[in-house]
Design a protein around this ligand. Structure first.
Ligand SMILES: Cc1cc2nc3c(=O)[nH]c(=O)nc-3n(C[C@H](O)[C@H](O)[C@H](O)COP(=O)(O)OP(=O)(O)OC[C@H]3O[C@@H](n4cnc5c(N)ncnc54)[C@H](O)[C@@H]3O)c2cc1C
Length: 378
């Protein structure tokens, strides 16, 4: 997916496959919270699990910009599908940033050859916004490491083959370290699937680590480098959340535009009323503005100058836009927008979490303010 023409073609075939094979399943997936094996199979077959895997390891080696384009396209149809790919890409990021050649071979290989899935396990019961409060421990045991603790809200929990988990190897921020934990490790178990407002087909679970022994070679980066790795990972990943938000906002806008042309009241299409036209114009403008900011953050990353503040701005602006645009889309559909017969209520429920995960929008403001004012005035 290097050249724009390659990407355009790939997105077109992705769109066709989604329309034909996934869209008919979406209401059932939303109702039952199931992520069907057939959908996972399709996304794997399309190579979407290898998007960020370097070409040298058999992956597509996509730029962050192209990754965002794919996630945006997926989210136009369904955010649960987008987050399946997005969370996996986020969990692979520390390997891209700090994995040794052996680790890259050991973990990218199974992704490319066997469609293995990664999940990102950072959050804990008492460590949400305050990631440095992580309590899960990793203790040395000969050539191994033993992990104990509980992770919360793990996307792809229970269906992932590997967890990229952060654990404490010492005190404070400098005491955090990242590890790859195979899902089949003895002592590892997952909790029930959380019953959620939105992103319902995306599995979210607890992860319990009870004396999980893994080779010390599964440590990614140096001991104590976890917090720095986390910050770099989130800087790369927040634009992908923004892409999810822009995609689902676009999906809601498309539905609202179609509906405004078809639905008649007072003897004319509701799209002829200025009140509706102005709403649609504002929605479209906000989506374009969010898209521009998101791809600016992604381009900075791709040019080798990743900016935590720009990534935070993109996520903040795009997720607030998604919430507003999807709410307006429900309004434009009137009572029908409130029914599950149309996708806009699902888009509205799915939009909410983009303001929450990978750092809430309050935390995004702290990141931006820190860039403007420095730490002392946070
Ligand atoms: C569907 C879903 C999927 C998720 N997937 C993952 C995943 O794959 N991996 C993972 O590790 N985590 C995941 N998360 C967790 C997510 O990243 C956290 O929920 C999020 O970071 C917020 O943490 P918290 O829920 O503990 O809220 P808290 O940190 O308890 O925050 C509660 C409220 O206080 C506000 N707040 C906190 N601190 C401050 C401050 N200093 N200033 C101002 N306001 C503040 C917050 O903005 C929020 O409004 C997921 C969450 C959800 C809902």
């Amino acid at each position: 997916m290097g050249k724009p023409s390659d990407l355009a073609l790939a997105l077109e075939s992705l769109r066709r496959a989604l329309r034909e094979q996934v869209v008919p399943l979406l209401p059932h997936m939303d109702e039952t919270q199931e992520f069907p094996d057939s959908v996972r199979g399709l996304l794997t077959e399309l190579g979407l699990l290898t998007l960020v895997v370097p070409e040298a390891h058999g992956g597509l080696g996509s730029s962050l910009t192209d990754l965002c384009r794919v996630i945006e396209e997926l989210a136009r149809w369904d955010a649960s599908i987008a987050v399946f790919v997005q969370a996996h890409a986020t969990a692979l990021r520390p390997l891209l940033l700090a994995g040794s050649p052996e680790q890259r071979r050991a973990f990218f290989g199974p992704v490319v050859e066997q469609g293995r899935l990664f999940a990102f396990a950072l959050t804990e019961p008492h460590a949400g916004s305050d990631a440095a409060a992580i309590a899960a421990r990793a203790e040395p045991a000969g050539d191994d490491c033993v992990l104990s603790g509980r992770k919360r809200f793990v996307t792809n929990g229970g269906i992932a083959d590997y967890y990229l988990a952060f654990a404490r190897t010492g005190p404070g921020r400098k005491g955090l370290t990242a590890f790859v934990v195979p899902a089949r490790s003895p002592g590892l178990s997952v909790g029930k699937r959380e019953n959620k407002m939105g992103l319902r087909a995306s599995p979210t679970t607890d992860l319990f680590l009870e004396g999980v022994r893994i080779p010390a070679a599964h440590r990614i980066g140096a001991e104590g480098q976890g917090f720095a790795l986390l910050t770099a990972t989130l800087t790369a990943s927040r634009p992908t959340i923004a892409a999810q938000a822009v995609g689902l906002a676009q999906g809601a806008l498309d539905t609202a535009v179609r509906y405004a042309m078809e639905r008649e009241q007072f003897g004319q299409p509701i799209g002829s009323f200025q009140g509706i036209r102005f709403m649609l114009a504002e929605m479209a403008t906000a989506v374009e503005a969010a898209r521009a900011l998101l791809y600016r953050a992604a381009a900075c990353h791709d040019e080798g100058v990743p900016s935590p503040a720009l990534s935070a701005m993109a996520k903040l602006f795009a997720s607030d836009t998604a919430m507003r645009v999807t709410t307006d889309a429900v309004q434009i559909l009137g009572g029908y927008g409130y029914l599950k017969d149309y996708p806009v209520e699902r888009f509205m429920r799915d939009a909410k979490v983009t303001q929450i995960f990978e750092g809430t929008n309050q935390i995004m403001r702290l990141v931006i303010a820190k860039d403007l004012l420095g730490r002392s005035r946070e």
